[in-house]
Design a protein around this ligand. Structure first.
Ligand SMILES: Nc1ncnc2c1ncn2[C@@H]1O[C@H](COP(=O)(O)OP(=O)(O)O)[C@@H](O)[C@H]1O
Ligand SMILES: CC(=O)N[C@@H](CCC(=O)OP(=O)(O)O)C(=O)O
Length: 294
């Protein structure tokens, strides 16, 4: 009896959150590092199906950086990174599309089906969802101080987003699972960083939340303590004093762009924690680091 009343209490506490977010989109970025074992994949799928069941529209954008790296290694293709972006020649773009749109995308669609949901696997190419433009990067020669262009190959960033395919799938009761690949303005296949892709979709959809699932509890300060709430100004300061580095820099840049473009809030959270998304969603304080415009 006691256990049943605790369960009822938990559901009642969640009611205001169901009501607040019913009919809104949650864009969830599931990083390659956060994809753990089978158990973790099962729990992730259950959380997504539960969100859908209570009237929220989850949209999953997945990564797969470590998995692309493993496949390239198997094939004997070298890979290098500039500012966290994989330099992508034609062969690398083919492998990235095969791993992302093929293996990982379909495994996630199957996990959702096993959890009782209906998912549709897409990439940015489908239905004209994402048009990509080539990413431009420059570097300064340390001796002459002259700026020179760096060619990252087929690395893209969204230049236009048409959300029709997402809205159509969502209206039909399906959960869109999206691989970060897009068609370029020049017709080529472009490899897009999954955080960037998720942020662009969250902005275009005016999402209630952009959730970025990674392999740390959130944004940590210099002593390793969790920073629970950040604004774009706080993030600029953390970048300035070197608290954030590596993959966290593009991740937070994505969060800032999304909240400035109309997504209500972004959250960086630990995808390795069982049911991380539900903890974020159902508790007043949430989990991880919440980034909002002010
Ligand atoms: N201040 C910080 N707080 C938390 N993580 C940080 C910070 N600065 C740098 N990082 C690094 O950012 C990483 C997350 O980015 P990334 O590896 O790109 O994740 P993902 O593969 O999930 O997209 C963390 O594992 C950590 O090494
Ligand atoms: C251009 C670029 O770097 N694309 C990424 C796409 C996958 C990704 O972003 O995966 P994670 O989120 O798991 O890191 C790559 O090739 O690794």
């Amino acid at each position: 009896m006691h256990e049943a009343s605790t369960k009822a209490q938990t559901l009642i506490e969640a009611l205001p959150y169901f009501q607040r977010y019913a009919g809104r989109s949650f864009v969830v970025k599931y990083g390659g590092n956060a994809m753990g074992d089978e158990e973790a994949a099962r729990e992730f799928a259950e959380d997504i199906v539960l969100l859908k069941a209570v009237g929220i529209n989850p949209v999953v954008v997945h990564g797969g950086g470590p998995q692309i790296g493993a496949m390239l290694k198997k094939l004997g293709v070298e890979s290098t990174f500039v500012d966290g972006l994989r330099v992508t020649d034609k062969a690398t773009a083919e492998v990235a599309e095969m791993v992302l749109s093929g293996a990982i995308n379909k495994a996630l669609v199957s996990s959702i089906a096993r959890a009782g949901g209906k998912a549709v696997g897409l990439s940015g190419k489908d239905g004209g969802l994402v048009t990509a433009r080539k990413v431009e990067r420059t570097t300064k020669d340390p001796e002459s101080n002259i700026e020179r262009a760096l060619d990252l190959g087929f690395v893209g960033e969204p230049s236009a987003v048409d959300t029709t395919i997402i809205e159509t799938a969502t209206a039909a009761g399906m959960i869109p699972i999206i691989a970060p690949i897009g068609t370029g303005e020049d017709g080529h296949t472009y490899n897009i960083n999954a955080d960037t892709m998720a942020g662009a979709l969250a902005s275009a959809l005016g999402a209630a939340r952009l959730l970025l699932l990674t392999d740390v509890p959130g944004v940590l300060d210099k002593s390793g303590a969790l920073l629970t709430d950040l604004t774009p100004a706080d993030i600029a300061a953390l970048r300035e004093d070197g608290t954030i580095s590596g993959g966290m820099i593009p991740k937070l840049e994505t969060c800032v762009s999304a909240v400035e473009a109309g997504c209500e809030a972004a959250v960086v959270l630990d995808g390795r924690v069982p049911h991380a998304m539900l903890l974020e969603f159902f508790t007043a304080r949430g989990a991880g680091t919440l980034i909002s415009a002010r």
